[in-house]
Structure formats: structure tokens, C-alpha cells
Design a protein around this ligand. Structure first.
Ligand SMILES: Cc1ncc(COP(=O)(O)O)c(C=O)c1O
Length: 367
């Protein structure tokens, strides 16, 4: 007899191979649209694809030679072809720790977990903190992957509003009103995609105050760390936290201009060892599913982080800023479009506003 609750195997007359609940509840709206898009290009016009934030598409933003060299050297060494520890090679984690350590925020290699891009880092954090039926707070509008990663596990996404009239800062009262007994974490994305906002120190402290009041850890998506225009100042969330545990997710995709190399990380900031009880162990266990970063790029990471000059980042940002200014100027000339930088956006008299949990922020009646 099979154990109680296990269905008897019966001979079936026809095939009925079903997909899992996990697969069926996994949905990435951007990829769904982009991957299935069949667009015919206007024969006389050049199409500019603005669908995904991939800096390599047009070929004008190239990685620095030192970044490329680092991978060549790692390949030639022939010592990075095997399996690494599941959290990543010690040398690579040390290099990330060194890259992010500041006088206020000391990071040890044991606080670093390497991942397959920042998306995987987010997946590790979401999966380590939340169980089926629990919820995580996330920004609206926001990067749609947060919801995609949570949904498959039956984790609910609760969306806090960003305020277009206040440079897309978080509506803190709204965020606080969403917290309930099943809330287990807050995702904060700064600098922000898609709104481009960079939060002030005061605003970040406001978020931390709420997290502290309800004892909620923060998943800080800082993939765009320091990727900011002149006049802005970026403050890593962890540099301001006194007691709130912060899991910072980052990677090389944006600043190093190599999103396809799939290298990211989680930095564990936990001044009071709150996460030692279970969450460090949970993160570690999840890395043992061996879905992590490839060893070749891990081998290259120390040279990449140490030898890519700071001036390269400044030059990349200057190029992106110039391009943004050109786009802004050209869009201003389009009848009916009222582009804004870090402001509310309008098409005609219609305000584009937080609409759903994803990047779609259009709220226009289509006549
Ligand atoms: C806010 C945000 N977080 C994370 C990611 C994913 O980064 P990665 O390509 O390293 O997975 C992106 C990519 O566009 C992003 O915009």
C-alpha cells in the first residue's frame, strides 16, 4: 500500500503531462512582450529599440580593455574551468568585499555571495526570506522581476507607490499602511529603474525608520549603484543602517557594461547578527542548488574590479547623460509629449502614473 495521501498509480489511456504550478505561475511581463514581439520596421525609418536596458545593443558603449583582459587572463590560466564553492571563489568574494568596503561599511568575504547576475541575487534573497502566503513590499512603478520571482513561490507582492510629484520618492505613508503580519521584507530600488530617481540620505533614513519599527529586513537593489548623473549623490542603503539588516543586490551588468556575463552578488549587512539565526544559512542552502555564477567570470572578477579605472565609469556616465539630454530635447519637440526628468510624465493632458506593479505606467484611455 502507498503511504496515506499518495495517489495510487493507475494505468492511463492517454498522455496528460502537466506543467508545474511553479512554471504556470511564473510570468515576466517584459520578456513576454519583447520575446514575442513581431514588429515590422518602417521601411524608411531606423528603429530605436527602447525595450530592455541592455547597454550593448547599439555598440556605442563598450567595456573597458581591463575588463576584457581580465577574462582573457582567467581563461588562459586554465584554473577556472571547474566547480567553485557554491557561494563563489574566496578570491572573487574578497575582491567584491574590497570593492565595497568603506570606513563606515566594512564587508568581509563571508558577507558576499556570488550569483548569476543581480536577478539571481534578488531571487536568492526573496526565496530565503519569504514563504508561500507571505508578502514582500515592492515599488510601483518598479522593476517587474521582483513580482516574477516572488509569484512562482506563492509569495504575494504588495506594491507601494512612488510619488511622481516628488521625484518618484517612495510614498512612505502608503508603504507603512501595507505592512501586515505576513510582511517579511521591503525591496528598495535605488538608483531606481524605471524612474531614474536617486534617493536622498533623508529619504533613505525615512525608509529605514519604518523598517526598524516593524523589524523588517530590506532587500536593496543597487544594481545601478553610483551610476548617477552630475549633481546627484548616491548613498548605499547599508551605509545608513544602524540596526536594519540589509541584503544589497548588485553586479557588473550596468557599470561594467557586460550584462550577458551574468555576474552579480548579495552583500550581507547585518550589524546585529539578526540574519545569523536562519537567513545566512538559508542563503547558503539556496546557493547549493548550483544555479550560480560561472567560474570563468569569477576568476576574472578580482582583476576586473581592481584594474578597471574609475575614469571609465565617469566617461560612461557622461556619455549616457549626454544621450539622455539629446533624447529629452528631441522628445520635447514631439507634439503631445511632455517629457520630464525625474518628474511626472504627461501625454497630452494625461498623467502617466503608477498603474500596476510593473513598469507599465500608462493610464491613457485609448480612443
Ligand atoms: C532594477 C534592476 N535590478 C536588477 C536588474 C538585473 O540585473 P542583472 O542583469 O545583473 O540580472 C536590472 C536589469 O535591468 C534592473 O533594472
Amino acid at each position: 500500500m502507498p503511504p496515506v495521501g499518495v495517489p495510487l498509480v493507475i494505468e492511463k489511456k492517454k498522455w496528460a503531462v502537466r506543467a508545474s504550478e511553479f512554471a504556470k505561475s511564473t510570468f515576466n511581463p517584459i520578456r513576454f512582450i519583447v520575446d514575442s514581439m513581431k514588429m515590422e520596421q518602417h521601411p524608411d525609418k531606423y528603429m530605436i529599440s527602447l525595450s530592455i536596458g541592455d547597454p550593448t545593443i547599439f555598440g556605442n558603449l563598450k567595456p573597458h580593455n581591463a575588463t576584457i583582459e581580465a577574462v582573457h587572463n582567467a581563461l588562459d590560466k586554465m584554473t577556472f574551468n571547474g566547480y567553485a564553492p557554491t557561494v563563489g571563489y574566496f578570491e572573487a568574494r574578497s575582491a567584491v568585499a574590497e570593492f565595497y568596503t568603506t570606513p563606515e561599511t566594512i564587508i568581509s568575504p563571508n558577507d558576499v555571495i556570488l550569483s548569476s547576475g543581480c536577478t539571481h541575487a534578488l531571487d536568492l534573497c526573496i526565496s530565503a526570506l519569504a514563504s508561500r502566503g507571505q508578502n514582500i513590499l515592492m515599488p510601483r512603478p518598479g522593476f517587474c522581476m521582483y513580482r516574477t520571482l516572488a509569484r512562482g513561490h506563492g509569495i504575494h507582492s504588495k506594491f507601494y507607490n512612488l510619488k511622481p510629484e516628488a521625484s518618484w520618492e517612495i510614498d512612505l505613508a502608503h508603504l507603512e499602511s501595507l505592512i501586515d503580519g505576513n510582511t517579511v521584507a521591503i525591496i528598495v530600488n535605488n538608483p531606481n529603474n524605471p524612474c531614474g530617481s536617486v534617493y536622498s540620505k533623508e529619504h533613505l533614513l525615512g525608509i529605514l525608520q519604518i523598517a526598524s519599527r516593524y523589524c523588517l529586513p530590506i532587500i536593496a537593489d543597487e544594481i545601478y549603484d553610483f551610476f548617477i548623473f552630475k549633481g546627484e549623490e548616491f548613498h548605499p542603503m547599508a551605509s545608513l543602517s544602524k540596526n536594519v539588516p540589509i541584503l544589497t543586490c548588485g553586479g557588473i551588468a550596468k557599470r561594467f557594461l557586460v550584462p550577458g556575463w551574468r555576474m552579480g552578488w548579495v552583500l550581507i549587512h547585518d550589524r546585529n547578527n539578526v540574519l545569523n539565526v536562519e537567513v545566512r544559512g538559508a542563503l547558503n542552502a539556496l546557493t547549493q542548488r548550483i544555479m550560480g555564477s560561472n567560474t570563468l567570470v569569477q576568476g576574472a572578477l578580482p582583476d576586473m574590479l581592481r584594474n578597471t579605472p574609475k575614469s571609465f565609469f565617469a566617461e560612461t556616465i557622461a556619455t549616457v547623460q549626454t544621450n539622455a539630454e539629446i533624447a529629452f530635447e528631441k522628445l520635447q519637440q514631439c507634439p503631445g509629449l511632455f517629457p520630464g526628468i525625474h518628474q511626472e510624465l504627461r501625454i497630452g493632458s494625461h498623467l502617466l502614473k503608477p498603474y500596476c506593479g510593473d513598469c507599465a505606467i500608462l493610464d491613457i484611455p485609448w480612443e
